[in-house]
Design a protein around this ligand. Sequence first.
Ligand code: ATP
Ligand code: MG
Length: 395
Amino acid sequence: MRFLIGRYHEVGLKGGNRWRFVEQVKHNLRALFADYRLGAMRSLGSRLMVELPDELPDKVAVERAACIFGLQNFSLGYPAALDIEAMKREAVERARQWPAARSFRISTRRDYKQFPMNSMEIDREVGAAVAEALKLRVDLHNPELDISIEVLPDTAYVSSGKLAGAGGLPVGVTGRAMALLSGGIDSPVAAYRMMKRGLRVTFVHFHAHPLVSPASREKAQELAAHLTRYQAHSSLMLVPFGVLQREIVARTKRPLRVVLYRRFMMRIASALARQAGAAVLVTGESLGQVASQTLENMMVIERAATLPILRPLIGMDKNEIIAEARRIGTFETSILPDEDCCTLFVPAHPETRANLAEVERTETQFDIEKMVAEAVRATEVVKATFPPAPAAKAA
Ligand code: ATP
Ligand code: MG
């Protein structure tokens, strides 16, 4: 039998929300391991102990546990009787699983103070047994293998090393958001960051298919599917935007168009968000990065939204955003070539200091409500789940 030992970030546990936080982590774990039957889950102090089924490979357990926001770190722990010989046997067994390691350290934490040896004594005795059995060197400062022992009231748990958790707050605990996912580098990172702050995210992508190739839709689907590993199930709303853009192009001056497109995106996203029960919008904007992201333009664009806009990347440099995109695994998809709806009909010299009065005057010629309602009606919803649903068998 093995346990996933999850450790919470202490900050998340302050105050009366602790119970909700822990329940949400449990719920999210069950969802992310939906294809395996996880056993009992119980809280032990600031730890969560989850009984893992035998058929769940360690590799899968580790990969998925690393996607659970709210866990600061975790390990796979093996129970041993409260007896120093049993702990030694289990520690040798754990170390044996890491044949490449040449040095190790034992780190014991004794929560159960009645156990007759203190943590340093346990470290020493178990360490000597492992060194002897496997001819490994003890290295207290920079070991290649870190074996931890947690001595709790009825059992000790032995695990090889703490692994980094995803940190943050469990998805769902702070509410629901609608993230505008463009297919570029920034917006998937922005969505990830807000998921990490406990928001469950619904995605929306605006595309100009069939006026252009379906490449941007496919990228958005791939990105949404990738990000779904952090929340187990997602919806992606695909909004056909080409007809609306053509209407804007037919009736307005070039420089204003980008701002006008963006304002329609905000209106449509706000309407879809309300339908989906989302309280805020999320974008990948970063101050000054491109023409549409000057202070003036962002303010004019924001005025069209009927929900607050969160911009988690606003103060980040492109290099920092790229590094994060690589780390979370969205970068490679984001740089695939596409024809975003905004590469279609984008003027060479867009306005960088839009004037609200001028923009609003230009918009009086549009039946805004009707255009938004039509876009909402034409929106397609695609679902994603992680683990992915088994492919339907061919007939
Ligand atoms: P990204 O790298 O996310 O594409 P960007 O640097 O290209 O961002 P903009 O084109 O100004 O910047 O877009 C700013 C934000 O507006 C994006 O981060 C995204 O949240 C939203 N957005 C832009 N285009 C689309 C689209 N076609 N569908 C959905 N959201 C979009
Ligand atoms: Mg873009």
